[in-house]
Design a protein around this ligand. Sequence first.
Ligand SMILES: NC(=O)c1ccc[n+]([C@@H]2O[C@H](COP(=O)([O-])OP(=O)(O)OC[C@H]3O[C@@H](n4cnc5c(N)ncnc54)[C@H](O)[C@@H]3O)[C@@H](O)[C@H]2O)c1
Length: 272
Amino acid sequence: MSKRVFITGGASGLGKSLALHCARAGFRVCICDINDERGCQTLLELQEAGCSEAIFRRCDVRSEADLVAIREHLETIWDGVDVVVNNAGVAQAGDVEDVSLEDWEWVIDINLLGVVRGCKVFTPLFKRQRGGHFINVASMAGLLDGPGMGAYSVTKAGVIKLSEILDMELAPYNVNTTVVCPAFFPTNLGESLRSTNPDTDRFLQKAFARSPISAEQVAQQIFDAIMEPRFWLLPHRKEKYLWWLKSMVPHKTYRSIVSWLVKRYVSKGRKS
Ligand SMILES: NC(=O)c1ccc[n+]([C@@H]2O[C@H](COP(=O)([O-])OP(=O)(O)OC[C@H]3O[C@@H](n4cnc5c(N)ncnc54)[C@H](O)[C@@H]3O)[C@@H](O)[C@H]2O)c1
């Protein structure tokens, strides 16, 4: 039987690319999102891609009840789910002291607690099935230390730690976990941005555009991890090297490297 995959935030960017990839491979695909217009459009594209069992459901990852309703629906019509991709996310920028507590709570509720809810709601099903695969979309921001992105980075570091613990807890149940840590790539993520710095939007658009890889390429790597499960997925080579460097050099050296890179990035951005 074809694999059954559920993807949060599947109406745009990475989630949509992955959904289409899975559809072309003959999977049954359910996406959820809070953007109805893009959700319906993606549903049409999934059907055009040959997915006979494509589903779009409005669901806010801030609501446990929404996620429970989807799990129950999928248990009824598909008799279970093989892969849950906790992908929905938003962007937040600003120095730690400048970001309001309201914005901290907003980004934590979606980016971190949204993934916690997805894992909590689907774990009992995976345990009963004695099999399943969580794919949690974090970011290199959760591994590296970009100044001016504290709240976002904290949520992604939380997703990484959550995934590490979950992988240990669920190993006896034949449940795999993958944590995806991309650096920048072009999507609609900038649309959700809340920032205390008026230049951030411009900076982000440039960073997205400069990415050596696309959402489709990140989706391809996630698809490969579904077919052959692995825990870490770090699609950007340069940032992966920086992460390795962080663990190898003294903290002071790492801090100087980051300061130099940030200055270079900002001055390059001003010139272009
Ligand atoms: N684009 C990048 O450079 C980048 C880099 C690293 C990690 N990521 C992560 O990739 C994931 C996907 O983001 P993207 O870049 O494809 O952005 P995107 O904005 O194109 O897609 C995110 C989707 O999530 C949906 N969403 C937002 N809040 C939601 C909620 N409360 N409930 C349900 N759906 C919600 C949005 O409507 C949107 O369709 C995010 O977790 C993001 O943090 C992106």
